[in-house]
Structure formats: structure tokens, C-alpha cells
Design a protein around this ligand. Structure first.
Ligand code: ADE
Ligand code: ZN
Length: 352
């Protein structure tokens, strides 16, 4: 796995890699490597309309949100059998473990899944991926099916799918992603209401390509407990105050924001401003394979923007608190974190 460590002192690089980490916003499909999609497309006889892996990889490089969604949607067409999901889930466990990520919450794009598969069959395949992954790698992952906004009509079926998986102990919540423009939160109240009444936790992408209004909607009409991205909350001081007062967490993904043009390249990422205002933020990779990043690289990026390891570590403790993990899991992960702290000389001062 590629870690961009340009110009960072060796001790910081090592600390960022070794530090046990928590990630709460990462998409299974967006974490799947271009090569894996290419191989699956070949196996399943899906025509990507490219002549070579190189051409497919260059299609992965995008400039804006619209193109990103095209890449995402096209890649998913390669996933044609339940076993393909078992495979990408097991791969995902490996990738998280390689980065010392000990706890994750991962989105799975359910609007596409429910179009293609019988519910029991795909849940069995997901369960198998979870079993294989957790047997092999020391990482706990909780899954959150999400509705793709552009597929408004899929919402109740996704909610049903999420509830069925939740009742089998495979999922913990319901999310929503995809294009905010033209698909406001208000369109999805029914699915969220149903999920909530069945005990699922709620989260929504908002305030990424749209402004504060979209975040207010996610909170007030969907009941979102955390917000995916939410960086545009800074456009509304009242919203910032509301997030602080109600401890609503933002799942921040810096590289994703730069890659999709939400934040201009060369500008500092506003996560510092959000933290200074008292907003709880977590650090995430979103779609690491598609943005050529990883959680470790997100740490490098923030170290380059003036964060230190101690601060990043504390953000992990906070992330665990705001996670949807059950108390037993939280206690186990806390033990692992405490062990790490005890046994390391951590947080040496930054090199000049
Ligand atoms: N689905 C996967 N990544 C996403 C993002 N950054 N925004 C909205 N939907 C997504
Ligand atoms: Zn996302």
C-alpha cells in the first residue's frame, strides 16, 4: 500500500503507521482497488469499455463529483455475484489491518445490491466475508448499508435490507450517500424513520457538495446522529453552534475533499477551524482506492498541516466514543488503545 510520506520526519511516519486507529467513514466499494474491479469485470464478462488495466486506472482519475459518481457506479457493475462481495469484504479487512486500524465503520452501497441479489443470498455472502475477515485479521468492522440519493425509490427496500442485516447482527445502521444536489434529505424521511424505529443508528452524507441547508435537513428531517463530511457547516455559524451543543460529529475526509474540489488544492483543510470551534471531527479515507489514499496517508496530510501525533491519537479516542459500537466492543477497543499507550514511548516532540 502506498503511503505518501514526502518531507515528513521518519519518527512521525512510524508513529502514524503504528498508532492504532479508528475509522468511521469508508466505503467498501470505494476501498476496492482498481485492479480488483478490473479482474472481477473480466471474470464476470462485464465490459468496462477499456482496452487495458492502465486505461481503466486512468478512468479512475477524476476532477469533479459527477465524474467520481460515474467511476463509482461503473466499478460496481463488476460485482455480479454474492461471492464477489465476500471477496471485497475480506480484502477490506486486510487493508484495514495493514494500517493498524483496529475498529471501522464501513458503508456498503445497498441501493445497487438490492437491485441485483436475493436478500438472504447476499446477506449470507456478506456474513461469510465478515467471518473470514475477522478470523484472519485483528480488526473489528461494523457495516452500514447506505441509500444512493439518485435512487430515491430504492429507499424503503434498502431500509428493509438494512433491518434484516441488523437483525442478523451484520449491520449497525443506515446511511445515505450520492449526489446531494437535486436529492435533498427530505426525500428520505420514510426510510430513516423505519430504520430508527427498528433500532438502527443513523448517519448521512451532507454538507459536501451542498451547503448548510443540507446538513440541517439531515439532522432535522432524517435524525442523523453523525454527518459524513459536513465541512460546509462553516458557512453557517448557527449550525456550527448546534453541532457543538448537540455533539454531532463530522466524519471528515480531507483527501476526498481535495480530490472532488470541495476544498481547493493548496488551501489548508478546514478541519482545524472546525476543531477550534469545538466541533467533534473524525479522520477518514472515504473512498481510499478511488482517491489514491489510505487512512495512514490522511494522517500524513494532517501532520503536514500542523497536527501532531498526540492530537491525532486523541481524535481516535474521541472517534471510538462517537462510534456506533456496542459497549462490549468499545471496552475491548479501549483496552487495545490503553495497552498501546502503556507500552510505547509515544508522541515525541515534532522534528524541526
Ligand atoms: N459515496 C461514496 N463516496 C461518496 C462521497 N464522497 N460523497 C457522497 N457519496 C459517496
Ligand atoms: Zn463517503
Amino acid at each position: 500500500m502506498l503511503f505518501d510520506r514526502n518531507n515528513l520526519p521518519a519518527n512521525l511516519i512510524q508513529q502514524a503507521i503504528n498508532m492504532p486507529k479508528i475509522e468511521l467513514h469508508v466505503h467498501i466499494e470505494g476501498a476496492t482497488q482498481a485492479e480488483t474491479f478490473y479482474e472481477l469485470a473480466k471474470k464476470n464478462k462485464v465490459d468496462f469499455g477499456v482496452e487495458s488495466l492502465e486505461e481503466w486506472k486512468s478512468f479512475f482519475e477524476f476532477k469533479d463529483f459527477g465524474h467520481f459518481l460515474q467511476v463509482y457506479t461503473k466499478s460496481i457493475t463488476a460485482l455480479k455475484t454474492p461471492e464477489d462481495y465476500t471477496h471485497i469484504i475480506t480484502e477490506f479487512y486486510r487493508q484495514q489491518a495493514e494500517q493498524n486500524i483496529i475498529y471501522s465503520e464501513a458503508y456498503i452501497s445497498a441501493s445497487f445490491i438490492i437491485q441485483k441479489f436475493d436478500t438472504k443470498e447476499i446477506l449470507d455472502a456478506i456474513e461469510k466475508g465478515i467471518q473470514q475477515g475477522s478470523e484472519k485479521y485483528k480488526v473489528k468492522i461494523n457495516f452500514i448499508p447506505d441509500i444512493s440519493r439518485e435512487l430515491v425509490d430504492s429507499q424503503m427496500a434498502v431500509a428493509g435490507f438494512a433491518i434484516e442485516g441488523f437483525n442478523r447482527g451484520l449491520f449497525i445502521g443506515l446511511g445515505i450517500g450520492g449526489p446531494e444536489q437535486g436529492f435533498p434529505p427530505e426525500l428520505f424521511t420514510e426510510a430513516f424513520k423505519k430504520a430508527k424505529s427498528n433500532g438502527l443508528r443513523l448517519v448521512a452524507h451532507a454538507g459536501e457538495t451542498e451547503g448548510a441547508k443540507s446538513i440541517w435537513g439531515a439532522i432535522n428531517t432524517l435524525g442523523a446522529e453523525r454527518i459524513g463530511h459536513g465541512v460546509r457547516s462553516l458557512e453557517d455559524p448557527k449550525l456550527i453552534q448546534y453541532l457543538v451543543d448537540n455533539k454531532i460529529t463530522l466524519e471528515v475526509s480531507p483527501t476526498s475533499n481535495y480530490a472532488l474540489g470541495i476544498i481547493k488544492n493548496g488551501d489548508m483543510h478546514p478541519i482545524r477551524q472546525l476543531l477550534d470551534a469545538g466541533v467533534i471531527c473524525t479522520i477518514n479515507s472515504d473512498d481510499p482506492a478511488m482517491f489514491s489514499t489510505s487512512l495512514v496517508q490522511e494522517y500524513f496530510l494532517l501532520l503536514k498541516q500542523g497536527f501532531d501525533c498526540k492530537e491525532l491519537y486523541k481524535m481516535n479516542l474521541q472517534a471510538l466514543k462517537v462510534s456506533f459500537a456496542c459497549n462490549e466492543t468499545k471496552a475491548k477497543i479501549t483496552d487495545q488503545l490503553e495497552n498501546y499507550e502503556k507500552n510505547r514511548i509515544l508522541f515525541e516532540p515534532k522534528d524541526k
